[in-house]
Write a protein that binds this ligand. Structure first.
Ligand code: FE2
Length: 292
């Protein structure tokens, strides 16, 4: 056989063989891609809602009495009666590692008259440290009589429910404000002002962060709030998309300074209307107070 014929046959093999190999590989890749994409998407979305993060802050405040230097506040917010594993085991695994002087729960533990998972969480909290509670708007959702049953349960377990009242820990005051869902904003603001007149280092527990100016004007030193769920869906480098009660969302998460007031805003653990979090893992916040 002549050399040119052999060469032509080789070329023919290459012309047919290579595209065939590319086609087969492309099909294999497409199949793999088609199968793996929904699995990866599912895992990412699942983890965004299930993977609890512990956020640790050191909060310096010049008014903090030296005796309270290193005082640790563990904050739980916005559970919305969500379940994290069997009998809230995933939460307990996180909680048992944390040392705290007090626990503050900043509302919205219930969701639409269900409290099974909320009760389990409360039982865990009271075992760890003195626990203080303020209501959120969802605690009063649908039927506030239901909340009162839950409140009775919490009192039996030893939770300190602060309904527009102040309790003292020496020269540190823990003040809790009831959510304005039942009685309206005006009365809420009046109570914020009135309770702000207490003497000492004042820690305010209030579900709603959007009243930041009112809290600061009333003279609170530190505020713990929730409600905003971190903006629910967060875009990298931009932040959360929005929050109830905030036209331009400023108070979504982290520590914000408003005048002499520092406000710690938890992204919370659960969800309500929008059920998917994005770049916004469920959060437990631990704040260590530092005297300047
Ligand atoms: Fe809320």
């Amino acid at each position: 056989m002549k050399k040119t014929v052999i060469k032509n046959m080789c070329r023919l093999h290459i012309y047919i063989g290579l595209p065939l190999i590319v086609l087969i590989e492309a099909m294999a890749f497409r199949t793999l891609f088609t199968i793996s994409l929904p699995i990866i998407t599912f895992l990412v979305l699942f983890l965004q809602n299930e993977w609890i993060k512990i956020t640790n802050y050191k909060l310096e405040h010049e008014n903090l009495p030296v005796d309270y230097n290193g005082f640790k506040v563990l904050q739980i917010s916005d559970l919305h009666n969500r379940r994290f594993g069997r009998n809230q085991k995933k939460i307990w695994k996180k909680l048992e590692k944390i040392e705290a002087d007090i626990i503050v729960v900043t509302g919205d533990t219930l969701e639409e008259n269900y409290d099974r998972w909320s009760r389990i969480l409360i039982e865990m909290l009271v075992k760890k440290a003195p626990t203080y509670y303020v209501t959120g708007n969802h605690d009063y959702d649908v039927c506030h009589i239901f909340y009162h049953k839950f409140e009775k349960f919490m009192i039996e377990k030893g939770v300190h429910i602060l309904k527009n009242e102040c309790t003292g820990l020496g020269c540190m005051k823990i003040i809790g404000i009831d959510d304005h869902k039942l009685e309206g904003k005006e009365l809420f603001k009046e109570r914020v002002d009135e309770l702000g007149k207490e003497e000492g280092f004042k820690i305010l527990l209030s579900h709603r962060p959007e009243f930041a100016k009112e809290y600061s004007n009333a003279g609170y030193d530190v505020v713990f709030a929730g409600h905003a769920h971190g903006g629910q869906v967060r875009i990298p480098f931009i932040g959360g998309l929005g929050a109830p009660g905030q036209i331009l969302p400023r108070y979504l998460e982290g520590i914000k300074t408003i005048g002499d007031t520092k406000m710690v805003i938890s992204r919370g653990l659960g969800d309500s209307l929008v059920t998917q979090r994005f770049f916004n893992r469920p959060e437990i916040v631990v704040t260590e107070l530092i005297a300047k």
